[in-house]
Every structure is written in C-alpha cells, then in structure tokens.
Design a protein around this ligand. Structure first.
Ligand SMILES: [Fe+2]
Ligand SMILES: [Fe+2]
Length: 267
C-alpha cells in the first residue's frame, strides 16, 4: 500500500515554534511514505524557514503547493521563485507548481498547482468580500476592481495551463492520478462554513479555469481516475464531479494544524 499524509492550511505562522516541531513529530509518527501539503503553510517571510524545517524533521518526500497566505507581505512572483529554488537544493522537497508530474508508484501519479480564486464563480463585481490578499499580496493589491479581476483570471489560467501540460501525460502512464491544489476548482467542492459558497464568497474561493481543464481532461480519459485534494475555504467536504473525478476539500482551524487525512492506495 502507498500511504500518504495529506495536510492543508496549517498556517504555521500562527503556531508557537515548539508546537510546530511537535506537529511535525506527530506527522512523522504516522509513518507515511510521503507528505502532501496543499498550501497556506505560512506567510511570505517565513515560508522557506518552515519548508526547510519540515524537510529536516520529516526526512521523507514532501510534495507541496502554495496558498494565498504564503504570499502575504510579499509577491507571488518572488515567493514562487524563492521556493522553487529552495526545492531545487533539497531532494526531499518538490514544489509541484514548478514541477512535472511525479510517479508515486507504478499505478499512481501526482501533479499539482497553487491554483487561485479566479473571480469566475459567483458574482465578482457585487461581492463585498475583501480578502487580505487584496491588501497584502503585491500583484493584486492597490488595483481597481476590473484590473484585479484580470489578474485573478490570469492566475487561474496559469493553473489550467499547468494541468494541461502535466496531467494527460501522467494519466497515459498511470491508472490513477492525484492533483494537489490550494483553491477548490469546482463550485460543488467550494465548501464554506459547512455549506457551498454563495455568490459573495465563490469568486474568491473557486478556481473555475482549473476545474474546466480537469473536467475536460478526465472526460477524455474515462478509464482513468483523478482525486483532487484542495483546501483554502477551511471547511471540509467531498464532491463527485464525474464518475472518475472526485474532490476532497480539507477543513482547517487557525492555530491547530492537523493531518487532514491519511490516504492509502494499492500501489
Ligand atoms: Fe487557509
Ligand atoms: Fe487560502
């Protein structure tokens, strides 16, 4: 069996240093073959510190993407470049947004991308939701709404392009694939406080461009299976988008990092 520990939205910047170490020890105690982390790990200034520390404490393959909080007080371009460079220097760390798909076993492939709430679900221009993203992330702050929407659209498009680049090849070689991302790529997976997000929240909580890509790719490979792992909304749920496409959305509470789920599959 292949044993994977899936984590999302651990927000370690809100956790005391000794509690962070205790948390990593608890993850290691589960003895997973690999750890998957779906973003919102920390913030722009301490993300590299936490990645280095988790690699040294866990000492096993760690596959991750970044979430919106990981860019706070910094820029998307800067943090992505810094983290991609760090992952190049440590064989235990793989930043999936900057990587090809990975063969976890002969039957299971892993791919992923940060994704982004791309403004396409719900009603963007009527939404009164002001995420801290729009104050704390260089590329999408201090912008008129129409320009901000263009940037959000483009960030969603990047995730879709990446899926098209890596996933069809992963599925050609494996019966099953996992796609790790931060933002739910379907409205049906966009849980918020136990319900599906309304039109106010959905523009910021859903990566529609990625979902359209994943759905088309899986319609073209009906004999393959895809499991999407996402987070961001801090409210858990499951959605079956197609017979061969299911989505797990992870829940989270600030200051209480947890293993979302231990996933076990036949290799
Ligand atoms: Fe989060
Ligand atoms: Fe998030």
């Amino acid at each position: 069996m292949l044993k994977l520990a899936w984590l999302t939205d651990v927000h370690l910047n809100f956790v005391e240093p000794d509690e962070v170490l205790a948390f990593w020890a608890s993850v290691a105690a589960a003895e997973p073959d690999a750890v998957l982390i779906g973003g919102d790990i920390a913030e722009g200034s301490d993300i590299s510190h936490h990645l280095r520390q988790m690699a040294s404490v866990l000492d096993r393959p760690i596959y991750f993407v970044l979430g919106n909080h990981d860019f706070y007080r910094s820029s998307i371009r800067g943090v992505r470049a810094e983290v991609a460079e760090l992952a190049q220097t440590d064989a235990r760390l793989t930043y999936l947004t900057a990587s090809d798909f990975v063969s976890l076993s002969s039957g299971i492939a892993l791919a992923g991308h940060d994704g982004w709430g791309d403004g396409r679900a719900g009603d963007f221009f009527s939404s009164t939701v002001m995420l801290n993203d729009y104050f704390l992330i260089e590329e999408i702050s201090r912008l008129p709404w129409d320009q901000r929407l263009q940037r959000l659209n483009a960030l969603g498009d990047q995730a879709a392009e990446h899926a098209w680049k890596v996933l069809p090849r992963a599925l050609a070689e494996h019966g099953r694939a996992i796609f790790l991302t931060h933002v739910p790529p379907f409205r049906e997976a966009c849980w918020h406080q136990g319900e599906l997000s309304d039109d106010e929240w959905a523009p910021h909580f859903c990566c529609i461009a990625l979902g359209e890509a994943l759905k088309t790719i899986m319609q073209q490979s009906p004999e393959r299976h895809l499991t999407v792992l996402c987070g961001h909304t801090h409210s858990s749920g499951e959605a079956q988008i197609l017979p061969n496409l299911s989505v797990l959305t992870g829940g989270a509470r600030y200051r209480f990092p947890a293993v979302q789920k231990i996933l076990e599959w036949e290799r």
